[in-house]
Design a protein around this ligand. Sequence first.
Ligand SMILES: [Zn+2]
Length: 132
Amino acid sequence: MSQNHSISIGRSPACAISIADDTVSWNHAELVINAKKQLFITDCGSSNGTFLVKKNGDIKQIRQSVIEDQARVRFGSCEFSAQMLFELAKEYLQQKTTTTPKTLAWTRCDCGVVMQEGKPCPGCHKSYQQKG
Ligand SMILES: [Zn+2]
């Protein structure tokens, strides 16, 4: 086995990157950082699909794809920049070497931007801390 740490993405709270959004499937996709330090995404047969949004705005549905640095990835209606996913993956894998990794919980703001639960929205800066 090589260093093939995969990072699960989905609505399930057990996923490494858990996204509380109805357009995201329970087990939506898997993310790995390959030997060339590129993001590599595999769709796990999600209902609403995984899409690669290129820098020039082209959108294509993917089953498996390397994600370029400047691209964005859409899981259902939730969009992440490649850079953000890379940071999340690194954060998750770092935790994994020290303690039991904590799931990174995400949700979609009313403004359409995905945000980490308990933190202000990076799009509209609205805080959802007291969300019931
Ligand atoms: Zn917002």
